[in-house]
Design a protein around this ligand. Structure first.
Ligand code: GLN
Length: 195
């Protein structure tokens, strides 16, 4: 079975996600009939099995979602969403910043730019539930998850704070797996949406 993965191409590190998903598919049993596309128009959304909301600037992505008429199709999307950093902020329920209108698809609240405030960016080797060995995670002005809803599973933590969460088919990460050359989380996500 092929998987059509759409990377939301409004702002942020789009090409890195396209490369990472193409590499993840090449190493899986799913490569036949699968494709990774950029999503620039609202009408492309329902045709995808999976969507990626990349890292970038959540205030900008939020504004462009509305400008491009994508809010409704995103809220009604039935596939899985792979959301990193700014993408995680957009997928959440609550963000105490009026410039971001989150989609509310993950039952979490977040606080922008609150992780590792003292040094902005950092890297850490994380134990992630479902992966056999540590994952090298790159954090860049990352959000803190300040509330976890009942249906949300925590897959990894840093100093007791959740940094990787799953709810149904959606995977939300405070860090950037597309930057570390390791596609295990992409494959874990693809496996979940096809099983
Ligand atoms: N600080 C950014 C925001 O709040 C997210 C950073 C990122 O995606 N690396 O939008």
């Amino acid at each position: 079975m092929g998987v059509r993965t759409g990377v939301l191409d409004l702002q942020g590190d789009v090409s890195e996600h396209i490369d990472a998903f193409r590499r993840a598919l090449a190493g899986s049993g799913l490569s036949e009939g699968s494709e990774v596309i950029t999503v620039r128009r609202a009408d492309q959304i329902p045709s995808c099995d999976a969507l990626v909301i990349p890292g970038g600037e959540s205030t900008t992505i939020s504004r462009l979602i509305d400008k491009n008429g994508m809010r409704r199709p995103l809220e009604e999307f039935r596939g899985g969403i792979f959301a990193t950093c700014a993408g995680l902020i957009l997928l959440s329920k609550g963000v105490p910043d009026p410039r971001v209108k989150p989609l509310g698809l993950l039952d979490i609240d977040v606080e922008r730019n609150a992780f590792g405030r003292q040094k902005d960016s950092f890297e850490a080797d994380l134990a992630i539930k479902g992966l056999d060995a540590p994952f090298h995670a790159v954090f860049i002005r990352a959000p803190v998850i300040s509330r976890i809803g009942k249906g949300v599973e925590v897959l990894a933590e840093v100093d007791g704070a959740p940094v990787a969460v799953r709810q149904g088919k959606h995977l939300g990460l405070c860090f950037h797996p597309e930057l570390s050359g390791d596609t295990r989380l992409h494959r874990m996500f693809l496996h979940k949406i096809t099983s």
